[in-house]
Design a protein around this ligand. Structure first.
Ligand SMILES: Nc1nc2c(c(=O)[nH]1)N[C@H]1C(S)=C(S)[C@@H](COP(=O)(O)OP(=O)(O)OC[C@H]3O[C@@H](n4cnc5c(=O)[nH]c(N)nc54)[C@H](O)[C@@H]3O)O[C@H]1N2
Ligand SMILES: Nc1nc2c(c(=O)[nH]1)N[C@H]1C(S)=C(S)[C@@H](COP(=O)(O)OP(=O)(O)OC[C@H]3O[C@@H](n4cnc5c(=O)[nH]c(N)nc54)[C@H](O)[C@@H]3O)O[C@H]1N2
Ligand SMILES: [Mo]
Length: 766
């Protein structure tokens, strides 16, 4: 008998097709103009041979080995009963809390987990640890840490990343030119955090193109813009967008084209920026000729681009990738400055925003009602780190560091618990992280799958997948609230986070604080009810819970008129002040200047990155490796699915090489190569791609780490996890964001036999 169940994932809402208790396929959400290809991988993941069937503990850990003992990742696991696992985890939480204080429990657990706002693993873990006395958390995101720390200082909020951004319907109606730094990437448009009912990026690009909006793809990769957009491609050296924008500013200033009226009314700090652009402060005029050397874009093209922007309604957008790089604050700040000089901020379809090509839903029409979520509990430990400083946290207990004007001290971490995030996927310089990993007493991992993270744990708790539980999907960038019906029975002894965490809370004496005496059905009704109450306050009627659950989805109608960011402010800057110290857009920030950071001064500047094609290191490692998001998965999720597997070359993660770069190394399509630098090495399968700037190589994130010698940091990853290559350095002391996109490597053909990939098999137990 075939059953159909409404459900949702970060890659979209769908109907689960279930036969004899197994997920056999999916049907796209009705009305989704562009259902993502990733849905096809779901049955492979839910029923994967790597599902964790019961709790386990590392043999050495059970024998009493803590820091400095046998290596994690290279040792056998021993099966546990749930009762024992619950007791061991509760005892370890209590021991560390009492002996070292709650801040020694690291429970930041950054990561996407799955859609479904109630069973969101990270939110559940935070509630448990907050109930039990507190933990060290993480602030900001891998996605846009540098941007989200900077923007409140200079425009008063994060809205230009988190929404509402300039809406597509206004771009279509009003813009004539749209500069897309980092392109508009359809592959990234498959994803919305929390799940989405509509995938609209492709249709909006089509409509903009038909309406005559001229799109310019400013990116090292031609494929960062769909062919149908007929866009001009300006290949730019990675990490040099700030130089390009500064040179455009130079043209506007030196030709008297900057909008001085707008600058005077709506900004502060233009004078010092102007002096810097003209070279009055450092003796280097940021001319198009100067920028041509850094960016690889011809000087006359840069000048023409700047003039074109003043001559017509222009929209500037940058992908989040630009700030996931050394000094990633600078391109975002300079984009704001450039938009201010064009004077079009606050007009419909013009100005600036970030991420139109980074994720589905950016620029989509929606009502800004507070999204549906599991309420958080206050964290009594009041301890946190900037998200990407995880390795330093472990390496440098009690040492000091700077972040966004705070002078902070790393806590001394004894227990680490991850639920719903995979640092051995997402963090940079994984060999360094694995060395630091040895310094904690205990690592607890909640995971549905035997991925790299679970394999490097001391205690493994088997989680259900989203298809094994009832939940509600909702995304801040989407118009739908989605019912997620349990579609298949729970796998083996896997349990829902809420369920086993309630038992751990019980063992710690805090069950009621954690559960608030609700069971799952009561929680689902409560969080839906809260969302419904919020909607009513805004004049929007949502059906009652039972009707919603029966319908499978409800749509929250968008406002008729698009939101125009900065409209009120630009109309009357004195009355509608921005939430900045000056009330205006800050091209110079006294606050940031006051922090005294040499890596992020008071106005946007050009820093030559340590790793880019213009650096001295590029004599040894001659390729700039871009490690963006995978078309075939969500980060490391679904890597064992058919869509991802079909994309592998010789079973390895593909590396895209320019034909000339491949020829110079005697490498051909389909070859297996070793990709390496001083930090590490992995294997990859070659694909030749002409649409790259020469010297740029591309490999996606998310291939499961597969060390040749498990448990030995530095070992060759035979599968192609890019984060053994990327550098782990904060964007600056301001944002302390990840710098994944600043990475130089070299490539050589792998001679002889190729070691087998074992990442997608369950480890041997016993
Ligand atoms: N080199 C490089 N690295 C990057 C980036 C880059 O551009 N370049 N991008 C960065 C960015 S923007 C991000 S957001 C991060 C993403 O990093 P993550 O969010 O850590 O990546 P995911 O693979 O989505 O990890 C989610 C984990 O949750 C698990 N999971 C799913 N559902 C459940 C559940 O119900 N319960 C439990 N317990 N676990 C569950 C999955 O199996 C998976 O292991 O990566 C970052 N890393
Ligand atoms: N299919 C899929 N989609 C996803 C995700 C996924 O895992 N899979 N992850 C989601 C998440 S969590 C996030 S945060 C977003 C991330 O969205 P983004 O940060 O926008 O994505 P990236 O893929 O890192 O980079 C996009 C493009 O930027 C270009 N680029 C890199 N460096 C530079 C540079 O210095 N200058 C210029 N001009 N271009 C550069 C690269 O060619 C790359 O293809 O994607 C989301 N969408
Ligand atoms: Mo992200």
């Amino acid at each position: 008998m075939t059953e159909l169940k409404p459900h949702a994932a970060h890659w979209g809402a769908f109907t689960a097709v279930v036969e004899k208790g197994r997920l056999t396929g999916t049907r796209p959400f009705p009305g989704d103009p562009n259902p993502p290809a990733l849905l096809a991988s779901m049955p492979d993941a839910v029923h994967a041979p790597t599902r964790i069937d019961r709790p386990y503990a590392r043999a050495g850990w059970l024998a009493g080995d803590r820091r400095g003992g046998t290596p994690r990742g290279g040792e056998r696991f021993v099966p546990l009963d749930w009762d024992e696992a619950v007791r061991l985890v509760a005892e370890e939480v209590a021991r560390v809390r009492e002996a070292h204080g709650p801040a020694s429990i690291f429970g930041g657990s950054y990561g996407w987990a799955s859609a479904g706002r109630f069973h969101h693993a990270r939110s559940q873990l935070h509630r448990l640890l907050a109930s039990a006395g507190g933990f060290t958390g993480q602030v900001t995101t891998y996605s846009y840490a540098a941007g989200q720390t900077l923007l409140p200082h200079i425009v008063g909020s994060n809205a230009m990343i988190e929404g509402p951004v300039v809406e597509w319907r206004d771009i279509v109606a009003h813009a004539k030119l749209m500069l897309c730094f980092g392109g508009l990437l359809l592959r990234n448009g498959q994803i919305t955090a929390g799940g989405a009912g509509r995938h609209e990026m492709a249709s909006w690009i089509e409509r903009a193109t038909r309406a005559g909006v001229k799109l310019v793809n400013i990116s090292p990769v031609r494929g960062d813009m769909p062919d149908f957009a007929g866009a001009e491609w300006l290949p730019i050296r990675p990490g040099t967008d700030t130089a390009l924008m500064l040179a455009m500013a130079h043209v506007l200033i030196s030709e008297g084209r900057a909008d001085t009226v707008f600058l005077a009314r709506c900004t502060v700090g233009f004078a010092p920026l102007r002096a810097y652009v003209l070279g009055e402060t450092d003796g280097i005029a940021k001319t198009p000729e100067w920028a041509a050397v850094e960016t690889g874009i011809a000087a006359d093209r840069i000048a023409a681009l700047a003039r074109a922007c003043v001559a017509q309604p222009t929209m500037l957008t940058a992908s989040w990738s630009l700030q996931r790089a050394e000094r990633g604050e600078q391109p975002f700040w300079m984009l704001v400055a450039l938009a201010a000089m064009l004077g079009q901020i606050g007009r419909p379809g013009c100005g600036f925003s970030f991420g139109h090509g980074s994720m589905n839903g950016m620029g989509m029409a929606r009502s800004e009602i507070p999204s549906l979520s599991l309420p958080a509990l206050p964290n009594p430990a009041q301890s946190w780190i900037p998200v990407a400083r995880i390795t330093e946290l472990l390496e440098r207990p009690s040492e000091e560091y700077d972040y966004n004007g705070h002078h902070l001290r790393f806590p001394d971490t004894r227990l680490m618990w991850w639920a719903g995030g995979n640092p051995l996927h997402h963090h940079q310089d994984l060999n360094r992280l694995l060395r630091a990993w040895a310094r904690v007493d205990t690592v607890v991992v909640s995971e549905p799958w035997w991925n790299s993270l679970a394999r490097h744990a001391d205690i493994v708790l088997p989680a259900t997948t989203t298809l094994e539980r009832n939940d509600i999907g909702s995304a801040a960038r989407d118009r739908f609230v989605l019912a997620m019906h349990q579609a298949v029975p729970k796998f083996a002894q896997a349990r829902d986070e809420f369920d086993y965490m309630a038992d751990i809370a019980d063992a710690l004496g805090v069950r009621d604080r954690f559960t608030q005496q609700r069971d799952v059905p009561a929680w689902l009704r409560a969080i839906y009810g809260r969302c419904r109450d919020n909607a009513v306050r805004m004049g929007i009627d949502l059906p009652d819970f039972d009707t919603f659950w029966e319908m499978g989805a409800v749509e929250i109608p968008p406002p008729e008129r698009a939101a125009v960011p900065f409209e009120a402010f630009v109309r009357n800057p004195a009355a509608a002040r921005l939430n900045t110290p000056s009330g205006r857009i800050e091209l110079f920030s006294e606050t940031i200047a006051g922090f005294g950071y040499d890596d992020c001064p008071g106005h946007p500047v050009w820093f030559a990155p340590r790793e880019y094609l213009g650096a001295r290191l590029a004599a040894r490692f001659r390729l700039h490796l871009l490690t963006g998001q995978p078309a075939t998965r969500l980060h490391s999720q679904l890597d064992q699915g058919r869509v991802s597997l079909a994309s592998k070359v010789g079973g390895r993660e593909p590396i895209l090489l320019h034909p000339d770069d491949a020829a110079a190394r005697g490498v051909r399509e389909g070859d297996i190569v070793r990709v390496f630098n001083d930090r590490g090495a992995c294997l990859a399968g070659v694909r030749i791609e002409a649409g790259l700037l020469r010297g740029v190589a591309v490999m996606s994130t998310g291939a499961w780490l597969d060390p040749l010698v498990p448990g030995e940091p530095g070992s060759l990853c035979v599968h192609g996890n890019v984060n053994v290559l990327t550098q782990d350095v904060g964007t600056s002391r301001l944002g302390q964001g990840p710098s994944a996109h600043s990475c130089l490597v070299e490539v050589e053909r792998w001679p002889g036999d190729v070691p087998a990939v074992t990442a997608h098999r369950a480890p041997e137990i016993g």
